[in-house]
Design a protein around this ligand. Sequence first.
Ligand code: GLY
Length: 400
Amino acid sequence: MTSQEIRQQFLDFFKSKEHLIVPSAPIVLKDDPTLMFSNSGMTQFKDYFLGYKEPKAPRIADTQKCLRVSGKHNDLDDVGRDTYHHTMFEMLGNWSFGDYFKKEAIDFAWELLTEVYKIPKENLYVTIFEGDASENLERDQAAYDFWKAHISEDRIINGNKKDNFWEMGESGPCGPCSEIHVDLRSEEEKAKTPGVQLINQDHPQVVEIWNNVFMEFNRKADGTLEKLPAQHVDTGMGFERLCMALQGKKSNYDTDVFTPLIAKVEELSGKKYEGILENEKDIAIRVVVDHIRAVAFAIADGQLPSNGGAGYVIRRILRRAISYSYRFLDMKEPFLYELVAVLKNQMGAFFPEIVKQEKLVTEVIKEEENSFLKTIESGLIRVEKLIQQTISETKKVLPS
Ligand code: GLY
C-alpha cells in the first residue's frame, strides 16, 4: 500500500463510522496564546472540548499537519538521530465531541488496525493510565475492561502520568489516554526479548502508533484540573509510523513518505543514503528530508522565517538543515529549495497549499539558504584570521 492509500483508508474507515472528514488546519496557530504551532490533531478543536464553540458535527476525522519543535511537545533533538521522530508529521485522528466514548474509540481502533490494515494481533500491545494519587486520578479500569474484549491481559500495560495522561500544553484540555504500540522486530528478536519489556523503552521497532485520549479535564493556568462540561475522544495516530508498519519497513525514512526526497538529496549531493543510525552523512540526510517538510509547510501556511516568535523557530529549523548539509554532505551552495518540487509532487494532491504556494516557498528557502551560507562562510574566514593571528602572536613571544 502506498502512503496515499494508507491515508485514504483511514479517512474512508471513519467516514463509514459516520465521521465528518475535514481538512488539516494550518500548521501555524495565529490565535492561541498558549501555542505557536499545531502540535497535535486536537488543537483546532480545543474550543469544542472547552465548550466555547459548537462542533460542526459530533464525529470528525482528518489528518493534521503537526509540528513538535517547541514547548511541552518538542522532538527536535531526536530528529535525524533516530528513525521515527519528526519535526513535521501527519497525525491521523478521530474525534467524538460529547458523542461516543472509551468503548467505541477502542473498538474502532482495533477494527481499523487488525481488520482493515491487517496488522497481526500478536504484534500489538496497549497501555492504560495507572492513576496518579497526587492529582487524585484513578486507574482507567474502564479502558482496561474494553481492551480485554480484544487483547489478552498480559498485553495491556499500566502507564504513568507522563505516558498515559495527555495534555496539549501547560494548560488546556487533557485526560487519561490509552496508547497502541506495534512490535516490528523479527521473530528471532521477539523470541530473545518479549515485546512487553520494550514498550516505552525508546526501541526503534517497538513504537507507539496511536494514542486514544479520553478528554475529561481542563488544566487551568494555576495548574489545577477541572472537569470538562462533557466527555470527548481525541485520538492521534502517527501517519509515518503507520506507513513504516504497513510497508514492512524498519524506519520511517524507508517509506514512500521520504524515499522520493532522499533520492533527490542523493542526486544533488552525490552522496548515497545507507540508513545507518550513527553515520553523520545519514543523519544529515534524515535531518534534511525531515526539516524541508516542516519549513515548506510552515511557509505555505503563512509563517515566513524571521527573527522572532514562530518565524524564528522556522528559521532555526531551516538553518539546522543547512548546517548539517554544509558539514556532512559538503553542500556549500543552496539546494534545499530544489526539494520543494518533489514535496509538491508527493503531497500536493492531498495538501493543495503546497501546490498553490510552491513558488513563494521555493524562493523564500533559496533566499534563506543564500544568506545563511554567506554567514557561515564569513564566520569561517573570521575564525581562520583569528587562528593565523594567534599563531603569529605566539611565534613572537616564544623563543625560536
Ligand atoms: N492528542 C493526542 C496525541 O497527540 O497524542
